[in-house]
Design a protein around this ligand. Sequence first.
Ligand code: CTP
Ligand code: MG
Length: 229
Amino acid sequence: MNYTVVLPAAGSGKRMGAKHNKLFLELEGQPILAHTLQVFQQDPWCEAIVLAIKEEERNIIKELVETYKLTKVTHLVQGGSERQHSVFEALKAAYGCQVVLVHDAARPFILQSTIHALVEKAAAEGGAIAAVKAKDTMKLVRDGRVEETIDRETLWAVQTPQAFRYPLLFEAAEQAQQDGFLGTDEAMLAERAGIPVHVVESSYDNQKMTTPDDLLIGELILKRRKENN
Ligand code: CTP
Ligand code: MG
């Protein structure tokens, strides 16, 4: 089942503390962005890749797209000041697809099996998000005092990709922009629009490269994958 993927890549990577966009930092000799893009380039279900980028990085990203022969990249759109704005700009360019997947460019370890499960679930139900079960005991705390322990069986740590039937997400995103509502993921926009959002169990490997420690973990994940192949 075909889909278009929207990849927000217009961040600045402040928490990574690098001098430039963290997506150009390398894991095993390749930029994080190249790792992520190759997953979608190699997925037969993926028909188009729309990237939200910073205008000043257009040339370097064009070069990367050529170097890694990323022929599915159809649009490099200018991102915005917040991730949600970047995604919205990219969604406009993805117009016409049936299922759209939004995925952080900073999560290079997403598995094709998870992507396919998300696409199928979203096509059938409206929306589906990748998530993993919480590993720790979780408590609700206010002013430093525990109010209650939340049943861990009901708690999921949410990742991307987040997949939706395109018109549903586009409308929800447009509504959020109009209302000045800023969410931390696409599901929040869908939830407020009444779109059913289902969970697909993902892998703990699908981490976002956020701080320098994540790069160490990233190198280990790649090393383990090489050994297992
Ligand atoms: N992103 C984006 N546009 C923004 C902000 C973020 O396209 N205005 C993208 C990032 O490039 C990244 C993804 O959204 O691929 C997830 O964001 P995050 O991990 O927070 O990356 P940054 O915003 O770059 O990092 P930081 O928050 O540490 O500055
Ligand atoms: Mg950010």
